[in-house]
Design a protein. Structure first.
Length: 368
């Protein structure tokens, strides 16, 4: 298996830059629960070693999936992860950068060309996304008719902002807020966080910051969750937007600090055990009666509510793509603990199989 860190620590400058770009590109797939193939990693090694060009990398990846005669349920997601990783690595290895609406949408187009039909196109519909850290709630994203103007406004505000006389602390705080605002627009149907991350890396380089991309590779899911918390407000639950988590990420990125970045700290109203640094084996939802094993199970209960949903519908509702992760951490534990049952229990592979809450699951749902 390729060791990117070995190249980054001991490689020649060209190999070091390539390895850093590939590590970041592959790590960023975690924001959508995606994993790359061993074939992609081996191909990346050949590129780092100088044996093949990025054009040849792209051709090899395309050929690999075109030639596959047997497809597994996870192949579609893995293909997306492989192709997008290669595209990110290409862009991060380039010196050019266009700071404009066109440049921003161009990054999305180049990342997802051949993956999404809407690559590079601003959405013409409104969206919501259930978030794990919000216990199934969503951030309010910009509405469709305002998207182009919103991107233009944020970029113009940043372009006209003067950093003269600011301390590094103040610069980092400002950058974090700029990136947060840009991400909240969410102008594309999918791929917004990966696009924002690549744009951020390129922009920071363009204004003189030689940032360590490894942070995006190793903490990409934290980066996304921190963006969610920075843009979430729920007055009824006394929750206001919280920039502190994202600021910690950028302090590590731009100031070489080593703040602890734990996703469990970002969950709204987390169980007390989590804040004490212990991941609980059970989290009380109905005191002394119905303990659930994880935030994932709690999220699934809130998604199902009084509905009957298929696995595909639940994945979409929770905004997950990794079926294996969903089965292992959400559905199977919920069934095992008696919160969820199959609509057709005697026929697990029924073509119209759906899932619903048990009386025990409904009790937890109504306790929220």
């Amino acid at each position: 298996m390729i060791n990117f860190d070995e190249y980054i620590r001991n490689g020649e400058p060209d190999k070091k830059a390539k390895a850093s770009a590939w590590k970041t590109a592959i790590g960023l797939q975690a924001v959508d629960g995606l994993h790359t193939s061993d074939y992609l990693k081996n191909t990346a090694t050949r590129h780092i070693e100088g044996d093949i060009s990025m054009d040849e990398v792209k051709a090899l990846i395309n050929g690999y999936y075109q030639s596959k005669t047997i497809r597994t349920p996870n192949d579609e997601d893995t293909e997306e992860a492989d192709k997008v990783s290669a595209n990110i690595a290409r862009i991060l290895n380039e010196k050019s950068f266009s700071y404009s609406v066109t440049g921003f949408t161009s990054i999305h187009r180049r990342l997802f060309e051949g993956v999404f039909k809407f690559a590079g196109k601003i959405r013409n519909y409104d969206i919501t996304k259930r978030e794990w850290v919000l216990r199934g709630d969503t951030v309010l994203y910009a509405n469709a008719e305002d998207l182009h103007r919103a991107i233009e406004y944020d970029l113009e505000q940043e372009k006209n902002f003067s950093y003269k006389g600011l301390s590094l602390d103040e610069v980092v705080t400002h950058i974090a807020k700029f990136v947060s605002n840009l991400w909240q627009i969410h102008p594309f149907g999918e791929g917004n966080t990966r696009t924002t991350a690549v744009f951020t890396i390129k922009y920071l380089r363009s204004i003189g910051f030689d940032v360590n991309n490894d942070l995006f590779a190793e903490h990409s899911w934290y980066f996304r969750n921190a963006l969610v918390r920075a843009n979430y407000r729920n007055v009824r639950k006394s929750i206001e937007p919280d920039m502190s988590f994202l600021t910690l990420f950028f302090r590590n990125l731009m100031m070489d600090e080593h703040n602890e970045l734990k996703n469990r700290y970002l969950v709204v109203n987390p169980p007390s055990e989590w804040m004490e640094g212990q991941i609980p084996t059970s989290t009380r939802q109905v005191p002394d009666k119905y303990p659930t094993s994880s935030i994932a199970v709690q999220t699934l209960i809130q998604v199902l509510a009084k509905q009957q949903l298929s696995i595909k519908e639940m994945l979409a509702a929770i905004n997950l793509k990794d079926r294996e992760n969903f089965m292992a951490n959400y559905l199977n534990p919920a069934i095992k603990e008696g919160f969820v049952v199959m609509l057709y229990p005697d026929s697990p592979k029924h073509p119209r199989q759906k899932y619903l809450l048990t009386a025990k699951g409904l009790a937890v749902y109504h306790s929220k």
